[in-house]
Design a protein around this ligand. Structure first.
Ligand SMILES: [Zn+2]
Ligand SMILES: [Zn+2]
Length: 228
């Protein structure tokens, strides 16, 4: 008997000939919890994945201006809206050490990669965004590494954080905008797919993308679970 990774209710499912061998597609959440996830549907910004009637949303236009017409992030795709349930789910996963919750995203991350990225680039290297140090939480694992593991492509952990949360809180907003919190430990000459849990302003992903591009990476894309 399988149980919902969030509420631990038993999951009843019919095993049919079409799903019997597709282990990764078996439900990880019960129907009630599953229904609380909100997939992003409809027209989206072609760059950041937020719902938008424009091809590129206002924020992405601003990013492009900020980088003088050369936004280092070519595209981000997100799967879900960051609604209240997603907040709870991610909090449990990230901050309460409930490692198994990450498996909720396994199939979606895997299929999102095949659908959006496998077709545009053949030799991606997957790079997880390193975690921020947040006080008060002890983390035994790295969630973005877990997300990266769901993608069938080579992985490289080439980014490390140089600024921790404590330092960045002391700096002025403008400095945070300009100051890159990452350091590159190895250059990559393949297209990169950055992986993170949430796209909020796009600042973090662009810092990472900028650093990779400046050091010889030909193209940077991103895959995130949610677009907040
Ligand atoms: Zn449930
Ligand atoms: Zn956008």
């Amino acid at each position: 008997m399988k149980h919902c990774l969030y509420c631990h209710q038993a999951i009843y499912m019919k095993v049919t000939w079409t799903n019997v061998f597709q282990v990764e597609q078996r439900p990880t959440l019960c129907q009630v919890c599953e229904a609380r996830l909100e997939c992003i549907v409809g027209n989206r910004c072609s760059i950041c994945s937020r719902n938008s009637e424009e091809t590129n949303c206002h924020d992405c236009e601003r990013w492009d201006d900020y980088y003088g017409g050369k936004d280092p992030l070519l595209k981000n795709t997100s799967m879900y809206h960051y609604n209240d349930f997603m907040k709870e789910l991610i909090t449990k996963w990230k901050y309460r050490g409930d490692y198994m919750i990450g498996n909720v995203f396994h199939h979606k991350v895997h299929s999102q990669f095949l659908q959006h990225y496998r077709t545009i680039q053949e030799h991606f290297i997957v790079v997880p965004i390193p975690l921020t140090e947040e006080r008060g939480y002890e983390r035994a694992f790295n969630q973005t590494q877990m997300l990266a593991s769901f993608i069938q492509a080579p992985k490289e952990e080439v980014l490390v954080r140089t600024l921790n949360e404590k330092q960045s809180k002391k700096t002025r907003t403008q400095r945070i905008m300009a100051e890159n919190p990452f350091k590159l430990v190895k250059t990559l000459h393949n297209p990169v797919l950055l992986v993170d849990d949430i796209y909020t302003t796009g600042r973090t992903l662009r810092h990472a993308a900028q650093l990779l591009i400046e050091n010889g990476c030909p193209a940077v894309y991103a895959l995130t679970i949610c677009r907040s």
